[in-house]
Design a protein around this ligand. Structure first.
Ligand code: DX5
Ligand code: ZN
Length: 230
C-alpha cells in the first residue's frame, strides 16, 4: 500500500525565546505537523509547555498541532488543549485510569486521538481500542527529554504496530497514522520508515541543524529512497 509520509518537528528543541519565529521557520521549511510536547514533572521528570503556549502559537501555524501529552492525569487538560487549537491529542495509557473514556473525550472535544507506547509498554493496549484511534505513537526513547539516542528495539515494535494498523485500516477503512518519536535523525530515518512508520517526530535533528529546510528535505529523500519501487 502506498503511504504518505509526514515530518513533525518537535518544538521541544526550538528556541523558546523566539517560539513564533521558530514555528514559522519550520513550517516554511516544509514541516507537515507541529509536534508539541507537554510534560508535567510528575508523569515524566521534566516540565514544559501547556495550553497557553499552544494558543499563542496557533495564529503562527498553518499546519496541524500534534499535542503529545506526557501528563497524569490526562482528562482534565484535554478540553483545554482542544480549545487552544490542538488537532491531534495523544496520551500514554499508563497515565489514564480509563483509556477508552479518554479517547472518547478527545473525540468529543473535536480532536483526533492518539495512544503512545513507551519502550516497555506492550502494544496489547491496542487490542480493544485501535478502531477508535487516529494515531499510534511508538516511543523510541523513554519520554521526558529531547536529544536522546534511538532505542533499536523500537524498529521491531514499529513492524508489529504496522501490522495492527494495516489490519485495522482494512477492517474499517479509517486512516491511522503510525508515528515514531525520539532519536530520529537523517541517518536512521530510512530504517525507521522501512519498519513501518509514516509520521516522524524529530526535535534536535531539525532545530539543532543550521538549515531546517535542508534537514527536512534530506529526511524526505532518505525515506523516499527506502521505499520499494512502485
Ligand atoms: C521526548 C519527546 C520528543 C522529543 C524528541 O519525550 O516526546 O518529542 O522532543 O526529541 P529528539 O528528536 O531530539 O529525540
Ligand atoms: Zn513527543
Amino acid at each position: 500500500m502506498k503511504r504518505d509520509f509526514r515530518i513533525a518537528p518537535s518544538l521541544l528543541s526550538a528556541d523558546f525565546a523566539r517560539l513564533g519565529d521558530e514555528v514559522r521557520a519550520v513550517i516554511g521549511a516544509g514541516a507537515d505537523l507541529l509536534h508539541f510536547d507537554v510534560m508535567d514533572n510528575h508523569y515524566v521528570p521534566n516540565l514544559t509547555i501547556g495550553p497557553l503556549v499552544c494558543e499563542a502559537i496557533r495564529p503562527h501555524s498553518t499546519i496541524p498541532i500534534d499535542v503529545h501529552l506526557m501528563v497524569k492525569p490526562v482528562d482534565r487538560i484535554v478540553p483545554d488543549f482542544a480549545a487552544a487549537g490542538a488537532s491531534i491529542i495523544s496520551f500514554h495509557p499508563e497515565a489514564s485510569e480509563h483509556v477508552d473514556r479518554t479517547i472518547g473525550l478527545i473525540h468529543d472535544s473535536g480532536c483526533r486521538a492518539g495512544l503512545v507506547f513507551n519502550p516497555a509498554t506492550p502494544l496489547d493496549w491496542l487490542m480493544h481500542v485501535i478502531d477508535s484511534l487516529d494515531l499510534v505513537l511508538v516511543m523510541s526513547v523513554n519520554p521526558g527529554f529531547g536529544g536522546q539516542s534511538f532505542i533499536p528495539h523500537a524498529l521491531e515494535k514499529l513492524k508489529a504496530a504496522r501490522r495492527l494498523v494495516d489490519a485495522a485500516r482494512e477492517r474499517t477503512g479509517r486512516e491511522i497514522l503510525l508515528e515514531v518519536d525520539g532519536g530520529v535523525k537523517i541517518d536512521n530515518i530510512a530504517a525507521i520508515a522501512a519498519a513501518g512508520a509514516d509520521t516522524f517526530v524529530a526535535g534536535s535533528a531539525i532545530f539543532g541543524s543550521a538549515d531546517y529546510r535542508a534537514t527536512i528535505a534530506a529526511m524526505r529523500a532518505r525515506i523516499a529512497a527506502a521505499q520499494p519501487a512502485a
